[in-house]
Design a protein around this ligand. Structure first.
Ligand SMILES: Nc1ncnc2c1ncn2[C@@H]1O[C@H](COP(=O)(O)OP(=O)(O)OP(=O)(O)O)[C@@H](O)[C@H]1O
Ligand SMILES: [Mg+2]
Length: 340
């Protein structure tokens, strides 16, 4: 099933590759996450004043909330280069050692999906983060020698959609933790209006409000829906994006009034109707809807939980009374009673 509001990076190409202009470049362009931004401003200034590298930063949160954007911004604000790597593509310790050895002073190394690094790679990272050195083993057997290689002081920026999967020693080596949260409709409206301006779109204020409330609290989805609505506007209203057109387009895209898409509703429906509202284990749910467990946990659930439609309990996933309402069915009396 293709999921229109899928905030996964594999759909990232569309918005982010075609419209790099939509990515915020400076901290001031980055809408929302005010507490995080305020603190980062202080840390950046202090590091710059001391002429030191910024402490290591861990960015966590659901897909599409602005982790990669923030990594770029940090390098920009620090006035240094950003080097990019990704947890799953670093196969051997040597791969990472080579990247670390190539870093200039105070540069930023961004490792995306840092929870998906293997053990050997992770172990290179510990002394690199803590003491700015790596220990290389040369040769094998009794003749093997350990050589200590000093590194430039650098900033590691790690991004993860699953901070719970980070090992304790890795997590402990980040001095700054930023947990990004879903955006408010007002923040999303700001992002949408800015994107519309950059794309030279003619959008009514009320249409921006409508869309802002229906993009799952996620800037990437906001921008993606805006691009699709632009297509409908071009064909149906000569380019003008008004409320009526926005509603029509969202209906065609199967995005409902609160921003849930077909897959969100399907998850709630399956738990409610096939599993009597739950609790159902993640692997059973995964089999029933034909979606990977990781994807369910990373992409779909955070928003459903945040909206109070679904709960994670030790016994499994449970649909709340709000979730039953979305499904449009009365819960069985015993189950419904739990949440009343
Ligand atoms: N705070 C923000 N202000 C304005 N636009 C934003 C903001 N955060 C994200 N965006 C927009 O959303 C897009 C997606 O953000 P980004 O790629 O940084 O998300 P991500 O958290 O790295 O997602 P993933 O976990 O999938 O890698 C950006 O290209 C940008 O257009
Ligand atoms: Mg990213």
């Amino acid at each position: 099933m293709t999921r229109f509001v899928d905030p996964n990076p594999d759909g990232e190409g569309e918005t982010e590759a075609l419209d790099p202009a939509l990515r915020p470049v400076r901290l001031d362009d980055y809408v929302g996450q005010d507490r995080i931004k305020d603190n980062l401003r202080v840390y950046i200034r202090a590091a710059l004043q001391r002429g030191e590298a910024l402490d290591h930063v861990l960015l966590s949160g659901p897909p599409g909330l602005g982790k990669t954007s923030m990594a770029h911004i940090l390098a920009e604000e620090l006035g240094v280069e950003l080097r990019m790597a990704s947890g799953p593509t670093l196969e051997r310790g040597g791969d990472l050692a080579a990247i670390l050895n190539g870093l200039g002073p105070r540069e930023v190394l961004f490792i995306d999906e840092i929870h998906r690094m293997n053990r050997a790679v992770e172990e290179i990272l510990y002394p690199a983060m803590e003491d700015f050195q790596i220990d290389l083993i040369l040769g094998q057997g009794p003749g093997a020698q350990s050589v200590r290689l000093p590194l430039q002081r650098f900033t590691l920026v790690g991004a993860t959609t699953r901070s719970g999967l980070l090992t304790a020693p890795l997590r402990a080596r980040f001095g700054i933790h930023c947990a990004l949260d879903f955006y408010t409709p007002a923040e999303l409206k700001k992002i949408l209006l800015r994107s519309a301006e950059r794309l030279a779109l003619d959008i009514e204020d009320a249409a921006a409000d409508e869309l802002a409330g229906r993009c799952r609290g996620t800037p990437r989805i906001a921008n993606r829906l805006l691009r699709r609505i632009r297509d409908f506007a071009q064909v149906e209203t000569g380019g003008r994006i008004d409320v009526a057109l926005t509603r029509r387009a969202l209906e065609r895209l199967e995005v409902d009034a609160r921003g849930l898409d077909a897959m969100d509703r399907r998850i709630l429906e399956v738990i409610a109707l096939k599993f009597d509202g739950g609790p159902v284990g993640l692997s059973n749910l995964s089999a029933a809807i034909g979606e990977e467990t990781d994807t369910i946990e990373e992409v779909y659930e955070p928003f459903l939980i945040r909206e109070g439609l679904l709960q994670r309990t030790p016994q499994g996933r449970v649909v709340t009374s709000g979730g039953w309402k979305v499904v449009g069915v009365e819960p069985p009396p015993a189950k419904g009673g739990l949440f009343r």
